[in-house]
Write a protein that binds this ligand. Sequence first.
Ligand code: 4AD
Length: 449
Amino acid sequence: MAKPSVFPTKTIRGLLNDKPAADPVTIRGWIRSVRQQKQLSFANINDGSNLKGIQAILTGSDASKLSTGACVELKGMLVASPGKEQSQELQVSEIKVLGECDNSYPLQKKRHSLEFMRSINHLRARGNTGSAVLRMRNAASEGIQRFFASEEFIQVHTPLLTSSDCEGAGEVFGITPSDFFKQPVYLTVSGQLHAEIMATAMGRVYTFGPVFRAEPSLTSRHLAEFWMVEAEMTFLDNLDQLLDVTEANVQETTRHVLDRCADDMAFFNQWVDKSLLARLEKSIQQPFVRMSYTEAVDVLQRAKHTFQFPTTWGSSLQSEHERYLASAACCDRPVFVTDYPAELKPFYMRANDADDGRTVACFDLLMPGIGELVGGSMREERHDVLLGKMKHAGMKMDDYQWYLDLRKYGSAPHGGYGIGFERLMLWLTGLDNVREVVPVPRWVGHCRY
Ligand code: 4AD
């Protein structure tokens, strides 16, 4: 039997999911709209627990106490609703205004643009898109944790302050005052290296936290602060196994959000992208496509499509190439591109012996309409090969002695990946800009609040 709640009142979602209550109920929330008529008035109250809130029916002059944006407590009976929108509505017998709303309140019962809503970020969650995004972030996070728990991963917590630059791209935010640690310290760009410490003792681990990149890219895919899901596991036999885990992680999370947030997803399907639900369903029914970087370059070179940047073996795939691969080339299916040239990738990726280390055992997962969602690789577990790669990358050995130790003391084949959580939210909502799917976004030139 479900344990009784510690709260005396239920959320609107909780009440509507229950059997119709025989006794009066109390709801608390914010007024989204009020429509006053002579005999009866209608107010929509939302407490963030569901998309549509609840319709409250008021009699006489009661509605004159209510204004859009105010926070209220309403008591009354839940009755069957004649409307199609929801099964029950509240016939109000008592009204208490908990917080009045000034008439400068900027939100009205109409569709506001995403840009406008972003300009009033502190009120964004009072709108449909902002609140649906938050519920879906919660469901996605829940789905991810369930996946890992079902596969016997242990959640670990990696530091945010670090002396290393995992990706070696130099896109780190430094910490001041610099004399505090008596050495240069940065905000982490990835928890991977620390997750490797734990995976090489605990087997399968994951971490899920914020990371920071001083990337000046002004694109719809880049934030300066974003959340990353990072899995790291030992005893992987090959890259294909790593792709299997990644595919299951993305598919099971998508399934969980589809089940948990059906109303929110129907809302995005209606207002943002009419093919969203069909695309997501398709993506969980079929395996993702797999192709090597070399094959991808071949596909791009043969494509009857004009790209701004030509592709040659050894050059990075640009976002136009990534989008083409997942959309036109693979019929709108997610695609793993594997085995990139070593020179394009960070020092820690395992060299492929079959081509004398020209390529590394790694992948990017590209999603239709989005581009890269996940990056991952087998890690170089051979001490001397890793040492050679670190020297080649010009790294300071003293700073990474601990990382080499992991290969000296019982090294194990291992690998892992990182899912950009905001890009996952683009995939799940159909929205087009990562700034819409994080509650308080930070990007180059922008750090309000
Ligand atoms: O491909 P990346 O750089 O991989 C790593 O950091 C690895 N150390 C992860 C690992 O193997 N544990 O980043 C992983 C993902 C990308 O695929 C992308 O989805 C997202 O993080 N990402 C960003 N998301 C928003 N804004 C940015 N500036 C991002 N940079 C990367």
